[in-house]
Design a protein around this ligand. Structure first.
Ligand code: ADP
Length: 212
C-alpha cells in the first residue's frame, strides 16, 4: 500500500509513463491536453514519492518502486503447499529395473523411497539409476535401497514452509526435488514433492500476477 493518495491526474500520468516511458513532460502534457506547467506539481510529487524517475534529455520513466514492493510481499507469502506436486513413492525392495520403468511411467525425475509404514527412507534421482545401469549388475536383482540416498541425509521441507526457503535448499544442496513431509513421532510421511519446475512455475505466476 502506498502511503500517498494519488489523484486522478497523477494516476493518469503513471499509466501514460508506464506504457510509453521514457517520455518527456511535454509529451505527457500533450496526451492529457494540458500545459506542461499545469503538470509540473504532479510530476514533482510522483518523482519525489519514487513512482517516477526523471533523466535530463530522456524524460520520465516508471521506477517500479511500488511494483517492486508488491512483488516482494507476494513472494514472501508463497508457501510450499501452494506449488507442490503429488509425490511418487516406491518401496525399499523394488528393483532398480522396476524403479527405472516407474520413473518413465510416472514422468518424474525423482522417486521417494518409503518403508512398510510409508515413512521416508530414501531418494532416487535419475543419475542414481543411470549410474547403476552403467555397472555390470543385473538391474532385476539390485533393490533400490542399495543405491538410494538415505535418511538422515535427505533434505526435506514442510507444506507450510515459505517457498523461498525451500528454493534455497534446492540450490544450496544442488538437488532437483525435496520431499514434502509430515512429521510423526516415529518418522516422516511423504505428502508431496517440490521440484525446480514448481519453483519455475511460482516465478512465472509472480510475474503474471503483477503484470511484469
Ligand atoms: P540427478 O542426480 O539426476 O542430477 P539430483 O541433482 O536431484 O538429480 O540428485 C543428485 C544426488 O542427490 C543424487 O545422488 C540423489 O540421490 C541426491 N538427492 C536428490 N534429492 C535429494 C534430497 N531431497 N535430499 C538428499 N539427497 C538428494
Amino acid at each position: 500500500m502506498s502511503p500517498i493518495e494519488l489523484n486522478k491526474r497523477q494516476e493518469d500520468i503513471l499509466v501514460i509513463v508506464k506504457e510509453n516511458g521514457p517520455i518527456t513532460g511535454e509529451q505527457i502534457a500533450e496526451r492529457l491536453h494540458l500545459t506542461r506547467s499545469t503538470l509540473r506539481p504532479d510530476l514533482a510529487i510522483l518523482t519525489m514519492a519514487g513512482f517516477l524517475d526523471a533523466r535530463p534529455r530522456v524524460g520520465y520513466f516508471y521506477s517500479g518502486k511500488k511494483t517492486g514492493q508488491a512483488v516482494t510481499d507476494s513472494m514472501m507469502k508463497m508457501k510450499v503447499r501452494d506449488f507442490q506436486s503429488i509425490p511418487v513413492v516406491v518401496s525399499e525392495n523394488m528393483t532398480v529395473y522396476d524403479a527405472i520403468v516407474h520413473m518413465f511411467l510416472e514422468d518424474v525425475g525423482t522417486l521417494f523411497v518409503v518403508d512398510k509404514n510409508a515413512y521416508l527412507t530414501g531418494v532416487l534421482s535419475r543419475k542414481d539409476l543411470l549410474r547403476t545401469s552403467l555397472g555390470q549388475q543385473d538391474l532385476n536383482k539390485v533393490p533400490v535401497n542399495i543405491i538410494m540416498t538415505r535418511m538422515p541425509n535427505i533434505t526435506y521441507c514442510f507444506r507450510n514452509d515459505a517457498l523461498i526457503h525451500a528454493a534455497k535448499k534446492l540450490i544450496d544442496k544442488q538437488i532437483d526435488a525435496l520431499p514434502v513431509v509430515k512429521e510423526h513421532s516415529d518418522g516422516y510421511e511423504v505428502i508431496g514433492r517440490l521440484t525446480k519446475t514448481n519453483i519455475t512455475g511460482a516465478f512465472l505466476s509472480l510475474a503474471e500476477n503483477h503484470d511484469l
